[in-house]
Write a protein that binds this ligand. Structure first.
Ligand SMILES: Nc1ncnc2c1ncn2[C@@H]1O[C@H](COP(=O)(O)OP(=O)(O)OP(=O)(O)O)[C@@H](O)[C@H]1O
Ligand SMILES: [Mg+2]
Length: 374
């Protein structure tokens, strides 16, 4: 094995891995447990349908999986039969295939030949009643299904309507990015769908730092990622990844591989910058040549400093002493490059820290190219 990843470390950066803890989402998991707690008390005052909505990478699927893990543990301790299942609706073509997936998740060995979608769900309900079981069904990426079905959600209506008649044993958690309840044609359904109080907002960079820091400990060998590199990755994920934890984990993975290939035993800022360029494409490079002569010169000088220092962040004072430039002018350039997404300006503890997003390797390449052009 290499110097960067622990054994099985890289696999813990994949979306299928569910960590033991989800920092900044504990409250969300607790809320779901609370909503479903009557089930654990063998009572039945639970909303039939719950909606979880929020931007990509904000932990929706992970929260539901963590909630499933928790409620399954409690239920099995208490001898209550709760079946939990997440179905990804992204690839579901029809009500029929969705009903099939639901039925198979509950009764894996049953033959479904000849049944219509509605009949399959009726079978599921009957099975749950006969076996005194409950089903909590998460329909993930549900909005992609509603869009594809152009609001013709007969099966879902059927399921929700059945709840009115018979004792409810099937609960649905809808997961999606947009507010897909607005797409429900029948307004009564909108009133049935319970929205969680805890919102799924994009993570702030400091939340990302907690999440990525915890994961880095599981994934990387000791000493591979320092605090300032962690801040750098979190800032990038907040700015370029719009607060998505998935983006941050991907950046960690690529940076780790970058360091591994190089034979390094640490992830440094340039590995992170190169990985960012890989994720974002190198289109910034083109814009760079549109800069005014003095701004370009400043960017090149900045890149040189970062290349020599091998560091994620420099304080403004140390940068000023390295560049030997006037403070006001320097800030002007830095603000401009900040707007262009080339530098990071981070105010922290009364100091201003400067980071560089473009790989210094790339900047020197552009310099060479420009030099040969002129
Ligand atoms: N609070 C958290 N703590 C640890 N890891 C997290 C947290 N939130 C998200 N992640 C990780 O980030 C990745 C994306 O999370 P998840 O798939 O839950 O997001 P999502 O909101 O469902 O996104 P999408 O809408 O794109 O499906 C996963 O690998 C997950 O492990
Ligand atoms: Mg998801």
């Amino acid at each position: 094995m290499g110097r960067i990843f622990k054994v099985d470390g890289a696999s813990k950066l994949s979306p299928s891995y569910l960590p033991l803890e989800l920092p900044h989402r504990e409250q969300h998991i607790q809320e779901l447990l609370k909503i479903f707690s009557p089930l654990l008390e063998r009572e039945k005052q639970i909303p039939w349908a719950i909606m979880i909505q929020g931007p990509s990478g904000t932990g929706k699927t992970s929260v539901v999986r963590a909630f499933f893990r928790a409620i399954s543990n409690i239920a099995s301790e208490r001898g209550i039969k709760i079946i939990t299942n997440i179905i990804n609706c992204r690839f579901m073509k029809s009500d029929f295939s969705l009903a099939q997936a639901i039925a198979l998740s509950v009764m894996p060995s049953v033959s479904l030949r000849g049944f219509s979608a509605t009949e399959m769900i009726q079978n599921v309900m009957e099975y749950l009643r006969n076996n005194e079981s409950y089903l909590i069904l998460a329909l993930d990426d549900f909005d992609s299904y509603t869009i594809r079905k152009k609001s013709k959600l007969k099966l879902v209506y059927d399921i929700l309507k059945q709840q009115e008649i018979i004792d409810s044993r099937l609960f649905i958690i809808f997961i999606g990015v947009s507010d897909y309840t607005l797409m429900f044609e029948e307004s009564w359904i909108r009133n049935y769908v319970w929205r969680t109080k805890s919102k799924f907002e994009p993570y702030s960079w400091s939340e990302l730092k907690d999440i990525l820091g915890k994961r880095a400990k599981e994934v990387f060998k000791d000493g591979v990622v320092d605090e300032s590199e962690l801040i750098f990755v979190s800032r990038i994920s907040s700015k370029f990844g719009y607060g998505s934890a998935r983006y941050g984990l991907e950046l960690l993975l690529i940076s780790g591989m970058e360091a591994e290939w190089e034979g390094n035993n640490k992830i440094n800022s340039e590995h992170i910058r190169l990985s960012l360029a890989k994720l974002e494409g190198e289109q910034e490079a083109a814009e760079f040549s549109n800069f005014s002569e003095d701004l370009r010169e400043f960017a090149l000088a900045l890149a040189e400093v970062f290349e020599e220092e091998d560091i994620s962040y420099l304080t403004l004072s140390s940068l000023l002493s390295r560049l030997k430039k006037e403070k006001q002018k320097t800030m002007e350039y830095l603000n401009r490059l900040n707007l262009e997404g080339i530098v990071d300006l981070l105010e922290f503890g009364g100091d201003v820290y400067i980071g560089l997003f473009l790989p210094s390797k790339l900047i020197s390449l552009m310099k060479q190219r420009d030099d040969t052009l002129t």
